[in-house]
Write a protein that binds this ligand. Structure first.
Ligand SMILES: Nc1ncnc2c1ncn2[C@@H]1O[C@H](COP(=O)(O)OP(=O)(O)OP(=O)(O)O)[C@@H](O)[C@H]1O
Length: 628
């Protein structure tokens, strides 16, 4: 065995984000500093699991120490706390890479959040962003990490006071764990109680009692280690032997969440394939929910050996589900790459996704309030499945809930909607936009309201995509209220109400005039049957793209050209009737009015006038006329 020579430690700076994060972490006063222990124990357990996995193909890595173990050692006299594992360990390069940067995406978002977060939220955030290790600096003013990678004959030490720089140096292997990592915390004065054994034992049992690696505690450096957690994987125990509290603790330590699970699912699948599932739906939104990679975090185990958390066990629209699947059938020595191809994994993926959706469905029936809360959090993500997962579309449509013009702010299902269809109603109508309140008052809805036709108000970005993907519900297509002709005349008005008379010749003449004036700016100008109060609105041409989707795609630079809208004019609006009566030999007023009506319709849609300067000149001209 060779040992390394003493060298001057090299001083390195933290990546800018780490330095900022450390500053935030140390200077925010979290009420719950205990999280650091959960993070370090969880890293130690991960390291043991990684070794267990690599040991499958390279038994030599385990040497004569095949039992994974985490040892926490207290030293009250020196005010020190050490967490040591005999896991995979880190080489010098890995140390610098893992403990000088932040690997995960979304760090910027995290920083913004944590800067404004309240105490409890702050500690919740730490685990979710893969910044767990740095939480050590909440309680320590110096942290030393000595590590020796499994199978390596060198060891290295990382040292930092968390103030912007760290050093890395090679150390003698005799000063390092025989294998794995030792994290030594020089505790701050006000964190001295983390050397009290009862406190550490209680905290570890509560936070990390169910990690699949046994944990030992040494009250003093020379004390006998005492086992405080058995490392028995919680999911292998029968359901009846697990308390809700134990599930919750496991969820928190495994998922890095600090809330309660909104739904806990624990079952064993038997038959063709045998596997155990322990999955949780969080009560609050994890912060990586809308990360661009949309990666799930379900872990895959094979007979209690952690294999990977990148197997994408669940479809991406279920990425908010946390937990694990432990398979009995996959070969233990399967490579991570091969797993993706495995028919066993495909069967697991199918089975688990179906089961989760059916549990959600059950919950919607048994506890509507809990379900709606869950929908409130994850509905926008689940709806991605409507255009990504054709096979489960019907199930997902059944799970979907909507705010509608008839729901008074509550959620409605499509079943509710279908039950209140009007006579002759052949489509499910919807309006898309970015803001629910604005949507509810959009002029395009007026005619539908007048006939008591319910309209789904879709304010999530994803809505524009699934509604235009050829979806239907019980044979009824989804149709935008801003698209094509409304055809409302076929649907009877409420009793006692008369349909509006046909547009007068003067109005028809005015509409033709507006069309001529606007020319190429619109694809058509026509009398509207969807307006009852407003004078004008814009809709998409019959076969045009939904206007909201068009705006989204154009905004993202994914459309070269956009369709010209149709300007619909309410033929019974008092202003329209008056304008129609303006002498046609006063073309200037009528032309100004035509442009202003078009601009007004654009403004109601949240857009700017075509030419803001011309708009204001026309408005001034008309106001002057009106007041002179
Ligand atoms: N005890 C350890 N043994 C081996 N590697 C470790 C250990 N502790 C930390 N690391 C390495 O440092 C990296 C950063 O750790 P950190 O706790 O900051 O984030 P993470 O564990 O990746 O994410 P999360 O906290 O969300 O689980 C880890 O990914 C791992 O590679």
């Amino acid at each position: 065995m060779t040992t390394t020579t003493e060298a001057t430690p090299e001083i390195r700076s933290f990546e800018a984000d780490v330095a900022k994060l450390l500053h935030l972490m140390v200077h925010s006063v979290y009420s719950d500093k205990d999280v650091f222990l959960r993070e370090l124990v969880s890293n130690a357990a991960d390291a043991c699991e990684k070794l267990r996995y690599e040991g499958l193909t390279d038994a030599g890595l385990l040497g004569d120490d095949g039992q994974p173990r985490i040892t926490v050692t207290l030293d009250p006299d020196a005010r020190r706390l050490t967490i040591e594992d005999n896991g995979i360990g880190m080489s010098e390069a890995e140390l610098a890479d893992a403990l000088g940067t932040i690997a995960r995406s979304g760090t910027k978002a995290f920083m913004d959040k944590i800067a404004g977060a309240k105490d409890a939220e702050g500690s919740q955030l730490i685990g979710q962003f893969g910044v767990g290790f740095y939480s050590a600096f909440m309680v320590a003013d110096q942290v030393e990490v000595v590590s020796r990678r499994a199978g390596a004959d060198t060891a290295a030490a990382w040292l930092s006071d968390g103030l912007g720089t760290y050093t890395i140096r090679p150390v003698e292997t005799t000063d390092a764990p025989a294998r794995g990592t030792r994290v030594l915390l020089h505790l701050k004065e006000d964190a001295a109680d983390y050397t009290q054994s009862f406190k550490i034992e209680r905290t570890i049992k509560a936070q990390s009692g169910h990690v699949p690696v046994p944990i030992f505690l040494k009250e003093k450096p020379d004390a006998e280690p005492k086992q405080i957690a058995d490392g028995a994987a919680l999911w292998t125990k029968p359901k009846s032997a697990i308390t809700p509290e134990e599930y919750k603790d496991f969820y928190r330590s495994a998922a890095g969440q600090f809330d309660e699970p909104a739904l806990t699912l624990h079952y064993r699948a038997e038959g063709l394939h045998e596997y155990t599932v322990l999955a949780f739906v969080p009560e609050t939104k994890p912060f990586d929910l809308f990360d661009p990679d949309r990666a799930g975090r379900m872990k895959l185990y094979v007979r209690r050996v952690f294999i990977t958390d990148e197997a994408q066990i669940l479809p991406r629209y279920l990425r908010f589900v946390r937990g694990l699947v432990d398979s009995n059938d996959l070969p233990l020595n399967v490579s991570r790459e091969m797993i993706q191809e495995s028919p066993v994994l495909a069967a697991i993926q199918k089975g688990v996704a179906n089961r989760i959706l059916s549990e959600l469905d059950k919950l919607s029936g048994s506890d509507a309030e809990a379900y709606l809360k869950l929908w409130d959090n994850f509905g926008p993500v689940l709806k991605e499945g409507l255009y990504e997962d054709y096979a489960r579309r019907e199930t997902l449509l059944g799970l979907a809930r909507f705010k509608t013009t008839a729901s008074g702010g509550e959620w409605r299902s499509l079943k509710d909607y279908a039950a209140s269809l009007k006579d002759n109603q052949t489509a499910i109508y919807y309006a898309t936009g970015t803001d629910l309140d604005r949507l509810a008052t959009s002029p395009q809805l007026e005619g539908f309201r007048a006939r008591g036709i319910e309209v789904l108000l879709l304010a999530d970005q994803v809505d524009s995509f699934w509604v235009t993907s050829g979806v239907d519900y019980e044979g009824k297509p989804f149709k935008s209220v801003t698209q094509g002709l409304a055809d409302l005349s076929l649907i009877p008005l409420p009793e006692g109400e008369e349909p509006a008379a046909a547009a007068s010749d003067a109005v028809n003449g005015f509409i033709a005039f507006v069309k001529e004036v606007l020319g190429d700016a619109v694809s058509d100008v026509r009398a509207s049957d969807r307006l009852t109060e407003s004078a004008v609105c814009l809709v998409a041409p019959e076969n045009g793209m939904d206007r909201q989707l068009e705006k989204l795609l154009a905004g993202a630079g994914r459309l070269d050209t956009t369709a010209k809208p149709v300007l619909e004019i309410n033929p019974h609006h008092a202003l329209v009737e008056k304008l129609s009566a303006v002498e046609s030999n006063d073309p200037e007023v009528r032309a100004d009015a035509a442009h202003l009506l078009f601009d007004e319709a654009r403004i109601a849609d949240g857009e700017l006038p075509v030419d803001p300067r011309a708009f204001s000149a026309r408005l001034m001209r008309l106001l002057e006329r009106g007041t002179s």
